[in-house]
Design a protein around this ligand. Structure first.
Ligand code: FAD
Length: 368
């Protein structure tokens, strides 16, 4: 038997929050992580003195003051406000869709004029119930915004034509009739000054926590299951069961990063490329998350890609088939009371960072 109370599989925000809270309660924890570093997808690394978001841009935002205070104990956050812009064939538009966007598109100045224009354009559907994503988008926002800012981007994201995608993918669109480019409606948002990795480092810094990176749970699954009284598992739930009921599907991403010998490449942290021809969906210029003025800059192109077993599973494909399959795995998991399945991979659901911290704290509450 081991000296540890818990084995935590995965050092992302879920596993690390659990480990931190368990150590605070005097428990001994071993954390194993298959990547060569801790942090999961929030990991940031310094390149040219710039904190690079290695697994995609991460902006912390929440309406929950408790979660905001909780995460602020591990890092100081800056005043970064997410205001992405869209580049459609070199025309620049503000996001989310707001009065700045409408003014640039149609020259309208007042909210009334913008609403009128959108209503006119929605009429092309003549009240028909949308049967695909294209019709759904037009029903919500009209033809111009759909054609320039939604169609190409969405088709690249999903790897399918908008007419072949189900309407429910976009239930709502962020539309604002004010001149406000702040993407999120949340009360609190920002970026940890110095990056996210420090948050995970602090969470795992207790003497009661041992961390082993480059260690895959599946290399010693049987031993771990016998040795540890309890396991917090934040890897893929279907892999835990050796895919015995079938494989859950994801969308993946490929990142292509470059150091550029110039101070400022695109003037904004996030630029979405909304035409169909540009193969990537976004370019991230990392220094702008922290208002950096380094001499060089680091940019990352983000390419959506099909997920095959072995690729990084970024976004769960929560369609009917996968949700039903997940439910079957969840039922199977309930027969293993010594294993808690958590995090975005263990629960097969997209979670923002504040939600995953909330989910980990809820698990802690149940456990102690
Ligand atoms: P992860 O971070 O994935 O951690 C799981 C860890 O388990 C990984 O490190 C993995 O290597 C490890 N692991 C898996 N299997 C094994 C195994 N067999 N053995 C050992 N270790 C294993 N949220 C926001 O709030 N704002 C954003 O702007 C935002 N942007 C995002 C952008 C992208 C591209 C993506 C994909 C997500 C974004 N998120 C954002 C969500 C955020 O990344 C998640 O909420 C968070 O990372 C989930 O933490 P987790 O611990 O559940 O999963």
């Amino acid at each position: 038997m081991t000296m540890y109370d818990y084995l935590v599989v995965g050092s992302g925000l879920f596993g690390s929050t659990f480990a931190y809270e368990a150590a605070k309660r005097g428990k001994r924890i071993k954390v194993i992580e298959k990547r060569s570093h801790i942090g999961g997808n929030v990991y940031t690394e310094k390149v040219q003195d710039i904190n690079v978001h290695k697994y995609g841009a991460h902006i912390f935002h929440t309406n929950n003051k408790e979660i905001w205070d909780y995460v602020n104990q591990f890092a100081e956050f800056n005043r970064y406000t997410n205001s992405p812009i869209a580049n459609y064939k070199s025309e620049i538009y503000n996001l989310p869709f707001n009065m700045n966007t409408f003014n640039k598109l149609w020259g309208v100045v007042t909210p009334e004029a913008a609403k009128k224009k959108i209503e006119e354009q929605k009429n092309v559907l003549a009240g028909k119930t949308p049967v695909n994503l294209e019709e759904q988008a037009i029903a919500l926002i009209g033809t111009d915004i759909y054609q320039k800012l939604i169609k190409g981007y969405t088709e690249k994201q999903w790897g399918r034509k908008a007419t072949e995608l189900p309407p429910f993918i976009i239930k709502r669109l962020p539309v604002r009739f004010t001149y406000d480019n702040n993407y999120f409606n949340d009360k609190y948002q920002g970026i940890p000054i110095g990056g996210y990795t420090q948050i995970i480092e602090k969470m795992l810094s207790s003497e009661l926590i041992d961390v082993e990176v480059s260690t895959d749970f599946f290399n010693r699954k049987e031993e771990y299951m016998n040795e540890f009284p309890k396991i917090i598992y934040s890897g893929m739930i279907d892999q835990f069961f050796d895919y015995s009921l079938g494989t859950l599907e994801y969308r993946s991403l490929k990142f292509e990063s470059k150091i550029l010998d110039r101070e400022n490449y695109q003037g904004n942290a996030v630029v979405n490329y909304t035409d169909a021809e540009t193969p990537y969906t976004r370019i991230i210029e990392h220094k702008h998350f922290e208002f950096g003025n380094q001499k060089k800059t680091v940019v990352t192109k983000e390419y959506p890609s099909t997920w095959n077993k072995g690729d990084e599973p970024y976004y769960p494909l929560n369609d009917k088939r996968n949700n039903e399959l997940y439910q079957q795995y969840k039922d199977l998991a309930s027969k293993f009371p010594n294993v808690i399945f958590g995090g975005r991979l263990g629960m097969y659901k997209y979670f923002d960072m504040h939600q995953i911290i909330g989910a980990a704290l809820a698990t802690v509450k149940q456990e102690f």
